[in-house]
Design a protein around this ligand. Structure first.
Ligand SMILES: C[S@@+](CC[C@H](N)C(=O)[O-])C[C@H]1O[C@@H](n2cnc3c(N)ncnc32)[C@H](O)[C@@H]1O
Length: 287
């Protein structure tokens, strides 16, 4: 079988062997229900943000040019209620496939991270930490009406509060954080340059591709070699690409064929040297 599994309604179950190091083209809410229980060691989840940007074009306040905003159809929901239902269904199934000592990372901006955190607590995930990702090359606030948003929050939680045997490499975690104590702030630029996947017209293939360094830190600090890492809303597959480079197994699910094609191409490329570099780089510079 190849790398991609096209999920179909008539397939009722997938075995663990069938799904390791595979990318599902399909709806996460359907695919997750067909996976076995308690076999995943680590989850990274970067769900839609539900940004609710105005339908009119955004124009930069100073130079009056148009902003290319995240207005993808995958980010649209009818209301907060619909968004919450989606997140809850996703997290419920994700929790089922996690081993009892597995942990999960959920990332988002201020638009939805508070809702995601609350839903996680209501589903009995136990929040261990949050990391603030500081982008040292953020998009300015083009309308000039509020603070430039240069951060995203990542919630790190264990499936079961009672389970203390989760994976955490404290020396590395300390190295990656800022200051002498290694506080929970990571400074990493937005994904750009050679790392950024492009479409045939040379435009960004995905509007919210995450930096490989972000996943490198997550995977190194909270998983071990050969662990199984799940990303149920994979975009262009940053999680799987970094997991493979670091000798972990991956399972990714993505509903958009154009992104799955991007993942297929990306996984054929040899990992960049900086991914395998054991040296810890603290505050990364842009570019
Ligand atoms: C914020 S992006 C993830 C970006 C990713 N972390 C990366 O680095 O490329 C969220 C992704 O979730 C996908 N998505 C949204 N709803 C989905 C669903 N029900 N099933 C599978 N994928 C879904 C979207 O198509 C989008 O690519």
């Amino acid at each position: 079988m190849g790398l991609i599994i096209k999920d179909k309604a008539n397939i009722k179950k997938y075995s663990e062997e069938e799904v390791l190091n595979k990318v599902f083209l399909g709806d996460a809410l359907e695919v997750l229900k067909k996976l076995p229980s308690e076999f995943v060691d680590l989850v990274f989840m970067d769900p839609p943000y539900f940004l609710q940007l105005p339908s009119k074009k955004l124009v930069r306040w100073n130079v009056k040019t148009e902003v290319s905003a995240v207005d993808d159809d995958w980010d649209k929901f009818e209301s907060f209620k619909h968004y919450d239902i989606f997140i809850e269904e996703l997290l419920t199934e994700v929790r089922r496939v996690m081993k009892p000592n597995a942990t999960i990372w959920a990332i988002s901006t201020y638009h939805s991270v508070f809702r995601i955190g609350r839903i996680m607590q209501d589903l009995d995930f136990w929040i261990l930490s949050n990391i603030t990702w500081v982008k040292n090359n953020p998009m300015p606030n083009w309308l000039g009406v509020r603070f430039t948003n240069a951060t995203e929050t990542m919630i790190w939680a264990v499936k079961d509060k009672k389970n203390k045997k989760y994976t955490y490499h404290k020396d590395l975690a300390k190295e990656f954080g800022i200051g002498k104590v290694g506080a929970n702030v990571w400074v990493i630029p937005l994904c750009s340059g050679k790392e950024r996947l492009k479409d045939e017209d040379g435009k960004k293939l995905h509007s919210t591709q995450k930096p490989e360094e972000l996943l490198r830190r997550i995977i190194l600090t909270t998983s071990n070699e050969k662990d199984v890492i799940l990303d149920p809303v994979a975009g262009v597959g940053t999680t799987g690409y970094v997991a493979k480079a670091l000798n972990r197994k991956f399972i990714m699910i993505e509903k958009k064929p154009k992104y799955v094609k991007g993942i297929e191409k990306r996984l054929k490329v040899k990992p960049r040297k900086n991914l395998l570099n054991k040296k810890v780089i603290k505050d990364l510079k842009e570019g």
